[in-house]
Write a protein that binds this ligand. Structure first.
Ligand code: NAD
Ligand code: MG
Length: 368
């Protein structure tokens, strides 16, 4: 038994259906298949992974499953956001059909957010829904994409435009897998971790200020604490608002600006977490100009992203270009842009209308 394992529950009860599930967090969990066993309705699973993660962790997982009498088939996809599309989804369906996977065959996502989103959408739709398990292997996937049930793929005309809400039966976040993660990917995940402190928990933010150096150095205890608290916060928010009608939108702090940066630079040039870091600085600057937070708060926010090695200055484009890209955001309703703002460190709110002049000043101040 792993003494240091921690479990966060995502509570989802609607109607008479209980879709609640545990997130197990700790070191060495990949080989602890007893955590999976209670969630598998059949002694057969299909593991979906990619050409980077598969060679690192697939054998370990399959051997552990075999030890429990669970047969697994392997579906290895090409790596990259470019492959999060209908064509790759079809590869999953084809493998499942060719191997005669049934209603009770569990799909396991072993990888980062791309694999999680693809596999989750395949699980939601194959035979109108089969059991789904997430084994996230990036920090971003462990603190964000594996929690909350959003699944989907990109369309040539827009990112994440095709998808479904579909919850996993269990999430297993093994922090040991982060040891092989490239530095830049680790830091990108830390951006979302900082976000949770900012929107919901000043004490967690303060803990992050004190422990950022340990986190960046991949200290296992620090990582596990950060993952646990991030999952707790996301789980609370998702439990309160599964389909993003209200409080869930606070998770988008910095994202309207961030998406504009990702898009303007060309997807993949800035990692999502990097764009979110610069985007959160823009949201914080906007909050300061609206007199919600003060200069000292803004400086603390800049400093923590700097400590994490994340960008705090947005790339230079015309303000009009930012405006038109921000209008593409999914949060735009009836043409009105809304922003997530900070009332203070640890508390976020949804904006009403923001005067264009203040928005323009904010953009100009935050660009390189
Ligand atoms: P990713 O899945 O592309 O992983 C990043 C890179 O790290 C990839 O090359 C991957 O192969 C590699 N990798 C993964 N685990 C590794 C490991 N342990 N060791 C070494 N390399 C490893 O990117 P991501 O940042 O994990 O996820 C981004 C995706 O998640 C985007 O498509 C985004 O839309 C989605 N997302 C979804 C949600 C949601 O709620 N569903 C939330 C946030 C993001
Ligand atoms: Mg994000």
């Amino acid at each position: 038994m792993n003494n240091s394992m921690q479990t966060v529950r995502v509570e989802l009860h609607s109607g008479d259906e209980d879709r609640s599930y545990p997130i197990h967090i700790g070191k060495g969990l990949l080989a602890q298949t007893d955590l999976l066993l209670p969630h598998l309705p059949q002694k057969r699973v299909a593991i979906v992974t990619n050409t980077t993660v598969g060679p690192l962790y697939l054998a370990l997982l399959r051997t552990a499953l075999e030890g429990q009498g669970i047969a697994s088939i392997e579906i290895t996809l090409p790596d990259g956001e470019d492959h999060k599309n209908g064509q790759t989804l079809n590869l999953i369906y084809e493998a499942l059909l060719a191997q005669r996977c049934e209603r009770k065959t569990t799909l396991i996502a072993l990888g980062g957010g791309v694999i999680g989103d693809l596999t989750g959408f395949a699980a939601a739709t194959y035979l109108r829904g089969v059991p789904f398990v997430q084994i996230p292997t990036t920090l971003l996937a462990q603190v964000d994409s594996s929690v909350g049930g959003k699944t989907g793929i990109n369309h040539p005309l827009g990112k994440n435009m095709i998808g479904a809400f579909y919850q996993p039966r269990v999430v297993i976040a093994d922090s040991d897998t982060l040891n092989t993660l490239p530095d830049r990917e680790l830091r990108a995940g830390i951006a979302e971790v900082i976000k949770y402190g900012l929107i919901r928990d000043v004490q967690f933010f303060e803990w992050l200020e004190l422990n950022m150096i340990r986190l960046v150095a991949r200290d296992p205890d620090a990582l596990n604490t950060a993952i646990r608290r991030s999952c707790e916060i996301k789980a609370e928010i998702v439990a309160a608002d599964e389909r993003e009608g209200g409080v869930r939108s606070l998770l988008n702090l910095g994202h309207t600006f961030g998406h504009a940066i990702e898009n303007a630079m060309g997807y993949g040039v800035w990692l999502h977490g990097e764009a979110v870091a610069a985007g959160i600085i823009m949201a914080a600057e906007l909050s300061r100009r609206l007199k919600l937070i003060n200069e000292y708060d803004l400086e603390r926010i800049r400093r923590i992203f700097q400590l994490a090695g994340l960008p705090i200055v947005a790339p230079k484009f015309l303000s009009e270009d930012y405006f038109s890209l921000m209008k593409l955001d999914k949060k735009v309703e009836e043409g009105r842009m809304r922003f997530i703002l900070l009332n203070k460190i640890g508390k976020a709110m949804m904006s009403h209308e923001v005067p264009t002049s203040i928005l323009t000043e904010t953009l100009v101040t935050c660009m390189a």
